[in-house]
Design a protein. Structure first.
Length: 95
């Protein structure tokens, strides 16, 4: 009985998202857009890209995140090298 109850509770958790997605309002469709009325410059462009094509927004985001990570990593490496932290040597210098 305990195994059955555990299985039913797990199965209901797996089915819960599909139940919630099926519970749309009276219109039957949901439109997701970014509110770009008060945005300017780069933020307005980013919001317009999201509104025009979710595919282009996703591709650009996937390309931008590794580039930003690499840029921040290079800047952090440069800053640590300027403060005297040697990241290129793997030797431990403990007494």
């Amino acid at each position: 009985m305990r195994k059955t109850l555990k299985w039913v509770s797990r199965a209901s958790l797996l089915l819960l998202p599909s139940y919630l997605l099926a519970a749309e309002g009276p219109t039957g469709t949901t439109v997701i857009v970014a509110d770009t009325r008060n945005l300017t410059g780069l933020l307005a462009w980013w919001g317009d890209l999201y509104n025009e094509s979710h595919l282009y927004f996703a591709l650009f985001t996937v390309l931008l995140i590794p580039l930003a990570g690499a840029t921040l990593g290079i800047l952090a490496d440069f800053a640590m090298a300027r403060t005297g932290i040697d990241l290129k040597s793997r030797a431990l210098r403990e007494g």
